[in-house]
Design a protein around this ligand. Structure first.
Ligand SMILES: [Zn+2]
Length: 273
């Protein structure tokens, strides 16, 4: 039996998992861009959900693909389509295991999982993919995958990006304590912007806010380079870096907007390759 051929992918489809087998072949033939959201299932203080990094990564991935789809429609289909892959909601979180809820799959399993997905897509004929990680702890593993792909699939374009760290301008405008990061002002603002009902505002408590309050090893770990790592109980009992009480949905919209703008501009370059 011969399979039918199609010439169009249904315009409302934005997600890889919603494509049919016929459509996915067309998506591959047209060099579609794939966007893979990854995150972590880990403690996010007393006020944010365990899946905070997945929720932010998935939100950004969808917003980027939605924008690219509109741009493609405006260009009469010349820009190319983009699709969000099913996300990976577990990550590299050994530093967050001291509080309940964290499920750490460790760097090796994370590398194997992402690499397996990417290898199958590359072997199927896709040639460009952007990983958006809501969790900074995955970045080193993503770097390993990127280097490994140069040996196994050198023509495959594998890009990866963090979320919060891309919003340099909006973050600079944010009132932040000297130490700020995990479950702090930026991350909490983003969650308020995405879905306020997921934030337990009664339990948004400050964590580590001043370098002078840290023990010497924890203080040293805040130096970006050279790099050392500590488990987050060394920063604060509640695992929070910063003061989430000053977070606002408006600030979160600004941060997410800047992240999406930057990624859309980058993805357009990817699509032109
Ligand atoms: Zn997070």
């Amino acid at each position: 039996m011969t399979r039918p051929t199609i010439t169009e992918i249904r315009p409302h489809i934005r997600s890889y998992a919603e494509l049919t087998s016929l459509e996915v072949e067309l998506a591959k033939d047209r060099a579609s861009l794939l966007v893979l959201p990854v995150g972590a299932c880990e403690q996010h203080g007393d006020g944010l959900p365990l899946g905070t990094d997945n929720i932010r990564a998935a939100h950004v991935a969808r917003a980027v693909v939605d924008r690219l789809t509109v741009l493609d429609e405006r260009a009469g289909g010349d820009q190319g389509r983009a699709f969000v892959l099913p996300g990976i909601d577990y990550g590299v979180s050994p530093h967050h295991r001291f509080l309940p809820g964290t499920i750490n799959i460790g760097p090796q399993l994370f590398i194997d999982l992402v690499a397996s997905v990417v290898h199958q897509l590359a072997d199927a004929g896709f040639d460009r993919l952007l990983v958006i990680t809501g969790h900074g702890g995955n970045l080193a593993a993503l770097g390993v995958i990127q280097q490994s792909l140069l040996a196994t699939h050198p023509d495959f374009v594998f890009a990866y990006a963090p979320v919060s760290a891309l919003a340099t301008e909006a973050t600079a405008a944010l009132p932040r304590t000297e130490i700020s990061g995990h479950c702090g002002e930026s991350e909490t603002s983003q969650m308020l912007a995405i879905d306020e009902s997921l934030v337990d505002t009664d339990h948004l408590n400050p964590g580590a806010t001043r370098l002078d309050d840290l023990d010497p090893r924890a203080r040293l770990s805040r130096t970006k380079s050279p790099s050392t790592a500590v488990t987050f109980d060394r920063y604060a009992d509640n695992g929070v870096l910063g003061d989430p009480r000053t977070a606002t949905a408006t600030a979160g919209e600004g941060i997410l907007g800047e992240v999406v703008d930057r990624l859309v501009a980058y993805c357009q370059e990817l699509q032109r390759l």
